[in-house]
Design a protein. Structure first.
Length: 187
């Protein structure tokens, strides 16, 4: 069974280290695991119930939801902005939380990882993302974590895929997500 993991990156910056970390996940994915990076978060309107009406949902929101429906699991990459997750990631979570009780996260495993400049690698933001996804109906993989500190210095000249620590730990994250999906499918 091949496992499809949809990666949502909470940074829109062209040189984003979290985007590079997601690229590393694509490159380092073990056999039987496919990681797809969702590229449309910048185009997604802010969630608003007035525009989330059947028959008139914005095209970019439909595209996001369709990508989520095709995924077996999610891997969120979150930097830390002012001690919490970035708005673009929270907005995607909000769109996935609807329709209430049957959004794209419901019944699917979700892990949150990331890198940030600070000494803790964005753990506050990642914890906030886990909390929001859990409320939105996702099954949070609480034991699947990867917070990489010092991103600005650490990845100044080295892509995360070429960092030995990332190359060791990121495939393990992907293996754990895939194992949870397979275990749930077998149950």
């Amino acid at each position: 069974m091949s496992v499809r993991i949809l990666a949502l990156v909470g940074s829109l910056r062209s040189g984003s280290h979290n985007r590079q970390l997601a690229e590393a996940a694509v490159k380092l994915a073990p056999e039987g695991v496919e990681v797809e990076i969702y590229d449309g978060l910048a185009d997604l309107p802010f969630y608003n119930e007035d525009i989330d009406v059947e028959g008139s949902v914005p095209a970019d929101a439909l595209k996001l939801r369709e990508a989520g429906e095709r995924a077996d699991a999610f891997l969120l990459f979150s930097p830390e902005y002012n001690g919490t997750m970035p708005a673009v990631l929270k907005n995607a979570i909000d769109w996935y939380s609807r329709p209430m009780g049957s959004g794209a996260f419901v019944g699917k495993h979700v892990a949150v990882v990331g890198t940030a400049y600070g000494q803790y690698g964005g753990v506050w933001a990642q914890d906030e993302a886990r909390k929001a996804v859990g409320i939105a109906g996702g099954t949070i993989l609480e034991d699947v974590k990867l917070s990489i500190p010092g991103s600005v210095v650490r990845f100044a000249e080295v892509h995360p895929a070429d960092d030995s620590d990332v190359a060791e730990k990121l495939p393990t994250v992907l293996e754990k997500v895939a194992a949870a999906v397979k275990q749930a499918a077998a149950a």
